[in-house]
Design a protein around this ligand. Structure first.
Ligand SMILES: N[C@@H](CCC(=O)N[C@@H](CS)C(=O)NCC(=O)O)C(=O)O
Length: 208
């Protein structure tokens, strides 16, 4: 592990902090972190709102006070400074394929699971007008999203974006974990995604 100093990552529970922690573990980077406790509404405390007006984590603060929010932006910052292993791709085609799968996973799988959470969990009741019926339709859609990914991976590729582990797999890991938390994990009968998921869960970074 390479210890980085002169920065603080404010993070806590939830898929977006988890995404950054997996990424850092895969990179072999150790970053000073604080734990933002949702239970104590610390993400809506004035100190955090000063850093991120949306009151969300993760937030990376650099030594000179520069603030970077958005989990993917934080990961891209570290990728630029520590290019190996290249998790966002290293050549035109791999960069495009990884971005393509990031977008597809976020929009198709993460977004659908997220809509169920947003429209049914008490945690979000003050953040938006919840439509439980919408949550229900999205919940029914989730198994079809996993089945779609299974068909896509039936070509036998070991990782979501091809032959190498990438940020697309990290997004997939976050989807798998979040789905499980909300009772929308990978359904039975999808051998390609199941095999991929087992491999991801055996990576040390899964525990990040
Ligand atoms: N697009 C942002 C989303 C950040 C986000 O929604 N974080 C969640 C935790 S996973 C949060 O802080 N939620 C509290 C809230 O929205 O009030 C990212 O990728 O970092």
């Amino acid at each position: 592990m390479k210890k980085l100093t002169g920065m603080t990552l404010h993070q806590g529970e939830g898929p977006n902090s988890y995404r950054v922690r997996i990424f850092l573990a895969e990179k072999g980077l150790e970053v000073p972190m604080t734990y933002v406790d949702f239970g104590k509404a610390e993400h809506k405390a004035p100190e955090l709102l000063k850093l991120n007006s949306l009151g969300q984590i993760p937030v990376l603060v650099l030594e000179d006070g520069t603030v970077i929010t958005e989990s993917v932006a934080i990961c891209r910052y570290f990728e630029a400074l520590h290019p190996e292993p290249a998790l966002f791709g290293a050549d035109a085609l791999s960069i495009a394929r990884i971005e393509m799968w990031n977008r597809r996973l976020e929009l198709e799988v993460f977004g659908t699971i997220g809509n169920v959470a947003l429209h049914s969990s008490d945690f979000f009741k003050d953040r938006l007008v919840q439509f439980p019926a919408f949550a229900e339709t999205q919940k029914q859609a989730v198994p079809h999203k996993w089945a779609w990914l299974d068909r896509e991976m039936s070509d036998g590729r070991p990782f979501i974006a091809g032959d190498n582990f990438s940020f697309a797999d990290i997004n997939g890991m976050v989807c798998s974990w979040l789905g499980e938390v909300f009772g929308m994990g990978i359904p039975d009968g999808l051998p390609n995604v199941r095999r991929w998921d087992e491999r991801m869960r055996s990576r040390p970074s899964w525990k990040a």
